[in-house]
Design a protein around this ligand. Structure first.
Ligand code: SF4
Length: 294
């Protein structure tokens, strides 16, 4: 496999064929993210190279490939026609292919519009993985996410209206203890606004400082504090109580203090009971804070 830069993919794509479509992230400014801070710079690979990689993979794996993920940080940013051609070619080469997915940011979703997204859906793109992080505008500004909650809500609805599946990633603890409640409430609100356009998936992650990030520098200078496990659980509770659904929620990441999985609204009471039980544990029962290196 030809690949440039660090390899990242959602846990749900663990069994997917990875074929790199772009390099890096066109935004690359989020204060908490180390992924592409050391490069590579954002670039779109040539169509010929991508199709060559798909053809090689097809020779080895053709009938066995059921899902394809197109790294890197935001492959939706590539030209619509090229991405549509890749999707069509992949479906031609892999007869058992059930889904094609990619990371996408809010700016790129808005730039494509419902028409561009529908074209991609028709070409065989199935799902967008979107880092929402927070729906609280002051936090989005502080962490340099480069979008507003209004744009997030519009982009999410565009994706669902185009018939794409949508997986939203929420970053618990991102606001620190001071704005923890506002972060949880505003995030719940923006997910609910998107959710009115159709079912979706929410995956919870918990803030862990990473090397080479502005956020780690802010922590070291005493300008930002991490939430305690109990504060993070309180944010989780706000989300589980307030999210209307229909949606699937997963807290399934090494950064999290509690694993959760369930459909809302049906599983609400069970999930709340699990959060309640975890909240009764002492701090020593949870993972320690550490600086992440990957
Ligand atoms: S969090 Fe996503 S959008 Fe932000 S810099 Fe990292 S890869 Fe880019």
């Amino acid at each position: 496999m030809r690949y440039v830069g660090p390899i990242y993919r959602p846990p749900s794509e663990a069994d997917s064929l990875l074929t790199q479509a772009t390099l890096g992230c066109p935004h690359n400014k989020c204060t908490f993210c180390m992924t592409y801070k050391k490069g590579p710079r954002f670039a779109v690979r040539s169509l010929a190279e991508i199709e060559e990689d798909l053809a090689r993979a097809a020779q080895e794996l053709g009938p066995t490939v059921k899902s394809l993920f197109l790294p890197a940080g935001n492959s939706l940013a590539m030209p619509t026609g090229d991405l549509a051609e890749i999707c069509q070619e992949a479906h031609r080469l892999f007869p058992a292919l059930e889904r094609i997915t990619t990371y996408a940011n809010v700016q790129s979703i808005l730039a494509k519009g419902v028409a561009g997204l529908s074209r991609l859906r028709e070409a065989g793109l199935s799902r967008l993985h979107v880092g929402l992080e927070s729906g609280h505008d002051p936090i989005l500004l502080k962490v340099k996410k480069g979008v507003t909650s209004e744009q997030q809500a519009r982009a999410g609805r565009f994706a669902l209206e185009a018939g794409l599946e949508l997986c939203l990633y929420v970053l618990l603890g991102l606001a620190g203890p001071e704005d923890s409640a506002a972060h949880a409430e505003a995030t719940t609100s923006v997910v609910n606004r998107i959710n009115r356009a159709g079912p979706l998936t929410v995956r919870l992650r918990t803030l862990l400082p990473k090397i080479n990030t502005l956020l780690l520098h802010q922590i070291n200078k005493g300008r930002f504090s991490l939430c305690t496990p109990h504060e993070v659980l309180a944010e989780t509770k706000v989300l589980v109580q307030g999210l209307n659904g229909p949606l699937e929620m997963f807290s399934d990441h090494y950064t999290n203090h509690l694993n959760l999985a369930g459909r809302l609204p049906a599983a609400r009471e069970r999930l709340l009971a699990e959060i309640e039980a975890a909240s009764r544990l002492s701090t020593s029962a949870f993972r320690q804070d550490f600086v992440g290196t990957q």
